[in-house]
Design a protein around this ligand. Structure first.
Ligand code: F6R
Length: 603
């Protein structure tokens, strides 16, 4: 949801900032812009509406002076995605980029208008530029002006600020929106996400909230926003491989990331299995004390679907009751969980505003909170008592794929962790989990692209696609529908199979396609009955499930027989590939679907 980048160092900055923006494009793609010091020393702003390629065209052949530069990619909130509303925004010598929302923008704007300020955009960001400009005139010092300009500003922000009169300084800070610092030999980066600068350095430091960092090619200093007290800079090396943030030989990140599913499982299991893979250890949870009396999962979108699977898995092996809540709904209701409950937020980005809001509510009500996230150092890691990292590596495609696989791995681990170790079912399930990456890898290697394409064509020809499933197939069904909707823009929905006859079955007629994952061994026969009901009414059904059991004829897309819950990985890979191929055939921008952004940092 908007991406920002700041650079201070000896390289030609327009190239650095443009390349970094191309790695942040998944965060927004309504408009973009850069600011840099031109050859004659003045601070130059170049902006373009539309995709980043428009900015790249506008920048053809442009170079800037080594030193400092900033860039922005926008997902519009205040004001249409026009060039005027694109960042950077300027007021006198001050030029800045912003990710977030200024909640008291109206009052601040009126105050500035009262002082005679003329606005050139509809954005909330512009008020910050004018306020910092006003403060700079009073203070004559950029970091002090930023601190003063932000006093009284409400909302969330990650900001990168340049000043024409201070060419060697870049000031960055954040509150409620992510910002990560990167350090290399004689140069510094600040970006909304690590992949932006992963090519140049793996030494990172998530900037703490309300800490102001001043970056220059000569060094870095940090101080608290409120009282200016110095804060130490502590950088750590991230294990992410820069190659993970490149497309390699794949056409799209989404395709590459689907094939990275097995690696996501292996890395998420790393260090969490002991005694020759016979015991799950989650040291992160030990200091929380006794096991929870109840678990409340809060999450959005795909992460919510992983939580639904988590409920089924945990309840299979322990007596802990599990609730799953859509974070944006949950945060405005009384929580009413049992004493001793844990509230577990699942979020790939660790920055989803609704999930963070739900966790904040839980913490205020005295519950222990746990974050499950793919991004170390993200806000969720700071705002929960314990963090369980999924280790899918950077996910660039907007539609979540390998991160979902890693989330499912983690909730499966949780189920085994809370289960009785001596139980034969738990042991069997653990063995299946350990084997699952190898089996998924082999399966992905054996997928016949023509078979996926045949299904994809049927999907594109259908007027409406209904995904159905029961048990573990239900979260898979709604995840399959979400994937299809978000990248093909085709009407699709997911329902519990048994619920169909309570309404949605009225939609079934010729031209309506039903897709049914069938990997829940306990409910398969019931699912097949639901399929028969659809076929009896003229609906076409595509089934994705293990071959060679009670289904006649064979499933439309046969899978190897499941071991434990690994059918979830196999079927979700097919659903992901199905959406991917259908969207590619439709000529859509798979990695950057319209209206979406990778991390949703506003409510
Ligand atoms: C769908 C998708 C979204 C996210 C949702 C939550 O493919 O990616 O539905 O799952 O926005 O994001 P995180 O997991 O970052 O909290």
């Amino acid at each position: 949801m908007c991406g920002i980048i700041g650079y201070a160092g000896p390289r030609e900055p327009v190239g650095v900032v443009s390349e970094a923006l191309s790695r942040l494009e998944y965060r927004g793609y309504d408009s973009s812009g850069v600011a840099f010091f031109g050859r004659e020393g003045s601070l130059t702003v170049v902006r373009a509406s539309g995709k980043l390629s428009r900015l790249t065209e506008a920048l053809q052949g442009t170079t800037g002076l080594p030193g400092t530069a900033i860039g922005h990619i926008r997902w519009a909130t205040h004001g249409a995605p026009t060039e005027e509303n694109a960042h950077p925004h300027r007021s006198g010598p001050i030029v800045l980029v912003h990710n977030g929302i200024i909640e008291n923008e109206h009052a601040l704007r009126q105050e500035l208008i009262g002082e005679g300020v003329v606005f050139s955009s509809e954005t909330d960001t512009e008020v910050l530029a004018h306020r910092i400009h006003r403060a700079f005139r009073e203070e004559g010092n950029l970091p002090a002006a930023v601190r003063k300009g932000l006093a009284g500003v409400e909302g969330s922000y990650a900001l990168a600020v340049l000043c024409e009169e201070r060419p060697g300084q870049l000031v960055v800070l954040r509150k409620g929106a992510p910002l990560i610092l990167g350090e290399a030999e004689g140069e510094y980066f600040a970006a909304s996400d690590v992949p932006a600068f992963l090519k140049w350095t793996r030494r990172v430091m998530p900037l703490p909230p309300e800490v102001l960092a001043t970056l220059s090619p000569e060094g870095l200093s940090l101080c608290r926003l409120g009282d200016g007290e110095p804060v130490p800079a502590v950088f750590e090396e991230v294990p992410w491989d820069p190659v993970q943030a490149e497309k390699g030989h794949y056409r799209h990140f989404m395709e590459k990331e689907i094939y990275e599913g097995p690696r996501a499982i292996i890395d998420t299991l790393e260090g969490r299995l002991a005694e020759e893979n016979s015991r799950v250890i989650l040291p992160e949870l030990v200091r929380l004390g006794p096991n929870p009396t109840e678990i409340v999962f809060v999450a959005c979108g795909t992460s919510y679907h992983a939580a639904l699977l988590g409920r089924l898995m945990i309840e299979s092996f322990s007596s802990i009751s599990v609730r799953v809540e859509i974070a944006s709904e949950f945060r405005y209701r009384p929580l009413r969980a049992r004493k001793g409950a844990w509230v577990i937020g699942i979020s790939q980005s660790g920055e989803t505003a609704d999930t963070l809001g739900a966790l904040e509510l839980a913490r205020k009500e005295g519950y222990l909170t746990v974050g499950v996230t793919n991004v170390g150092g993200s806000s969720i890691t700071r705002e929960t008592e314990a963090t369980l990292l999924t280790r899918a590596g950077p996910e660039i495609g907007v539609a979540s794929t390998k991160a979902f696989v890693a989330q499912v791995t983690l909730v499966w681990l949780l189920a085994l962790y809370f289960g009785r170790r001596e139980s034969p079912e738990v042991r069997k399930s653990l063995a299946a989990l350990v084997r699952s990456p190898t089996r998924l890898e082999a399966f992905l290697g054996s997928v016949d692209p023509n078979a996926v394409d045949r299904m994809a064509r049927q999907v594109l020809e259908a007027r409406f696609v209904i995904f159905i499933g029961r048990g573990i197939d239900y979260p898979l069904a709604i995840e399959g529908a979400l994937k299809l909707k978000e990248i093909t823009y085709r009407p699709a929905d997911g329902y519990p199979g048994g619920e169909l006859k309570h309404g949605p079955i009225a939609l079934v007629e010729s031209g309506v396609l039903v897709v049914a994952p069938l990997v829940d061994p306990l409910l398969r026969l019931k699912e097949i009955s639901n399929i028969r009901e659809i076929e009896a009414r003229g609906g076409t059904v595509l089934t994705i499930g293990p071959a060679g059991d009670a289904i006649e004829p064979l499933p439309s897309f046969p899978l190897p027989a499941s071991e434990g819950w690994d059918g979830v990985f196999l079927a979700s890979a097919v659903l992901q590939l199905l959406a991917y191929r259908a969207a590619s055939m439709a000529g859509n921008d798979v990695d950057q679907p319209r209206n979406l952004a990778k991390s949703v940092t506003v409510e």
